[in-house]
Design a protein around this ligand. Sequence first.
Ligand SMILES: NC(=O)c1ccc[n+]([C@@H]2O[C@H](COP(=O)([O-])OP(=O)(O)OC[C@H]3O[C@@H](n4cnc5c(N)ncnc54)[C@H](O)[C@@H]3O)[C@@H](O)[C@H]2O)c1
Length: 317
Amino acid sequence: MKNILVIGSTGQIGSELTMELRKRYGNEHVIAGYIPSAPPTDVLMESGPSEVVDITCTDMILDVVKKYHIDAIYNLAALLSVVAESKPQLAWHIGIDGLFNVLEIARHYNCSVFTPSSIGSFGLDTPHVKTPQDTIQRPRTMYGVTKVTTELVSDYYYNKYGVDTRAVRFPGIISNVTPPGGGTTDYAVDIYYSAVKGEEFVCPIKEGTLMDMMYMPDALHAAISLMEADPSRLVHRNAFNIASMSFAPETIYAEIKKHKPDFKMRYEVDPLKQSIADSWPDSLDDTCARNEWDWKPQYNLETMTKDMLEKLSARLK
Ligand SMILES: NC(=O)c1ccc[n+]([C@@H]2O[C@H](COP(=O)([O-])OP(=O)(O)OC[C@H]3O[C@@H](n4cnc5c(N)ncnc54)[C@H](O)[C@@H]3O)[C@@H](O)[C@H]2O)c1
């Protein structure tokens, strides 16, 4: 990877991934692609090149790929799980029509492509505990449908045309920079903001609901190290299970209370979010990622909570 385009660079993951890639590959070599309704922050805008790139418009992607001699694309454009349920056709248009635009350009201009999948690609029929790498994927949400399709189409372009496509299935990502974009695991970010602001947290997910989660530094490390991995070791491509922690609302609440003893939480369950959460795995088996590209997370619930509270307290002071 010498020149990288990040599509969807202003979202929860893109805003931090773009900066991390700039640190690693040089500011001028990482282009922040964005849509006008979600413009870059000053930090993103001033630290390197940025261009309007709507994934549904082939010419926009093509112009940037040619202008900057792009050889790697991180495609993060998507509507997240809860938003996608209210706009299923748009979710498909961005997620799948957009993906085809990226893959066709990648095929002709020799770019590698990272398009993340999600724990949302699984469904009620999937084994929920230690969900295997290769298993049943019959999701009932449009988000899940687009993610399974993303995995299949990305593998298709690798097998048929040799396009170097690679991806992980991200669990719920927890971060303290850009707020999440409307997913089922957002509560695990929101709870830290309430704790730091001294507000009661109203939890939309039922007690006892386990979901896989990950702290942003581990997610960034996964995305970059998979793209840098030796291809001869990769048995799988789209997409790898990765895991670092799995918890239910009462567990993260108890961990935060160790630092903020007066913090209060009550439940007001959101039926849509709960039904999506119930269809997702409780925990993932990430053995293939560990064996094929040495995946290893750094953070657990305890170390993440300490870091989240320190960073948010400093920022929201
Ligand atoms: N954040 C998570 O917890 C999580 C978990 C699993 C998978 N993922 C996946 O990771 C990727 C990034 O997620 P995120 O959390 O940063 O999402 P996000 O909603 O925060 O960001 C999505 C980005 O896509 C952009 N976008 C929307 N429509 C676009 C279009 N037509 N053209 C170009 N860009 C467009 C948005 O402006 C935004 O910058 C997605 O594929 C998502 O499904 C995220």
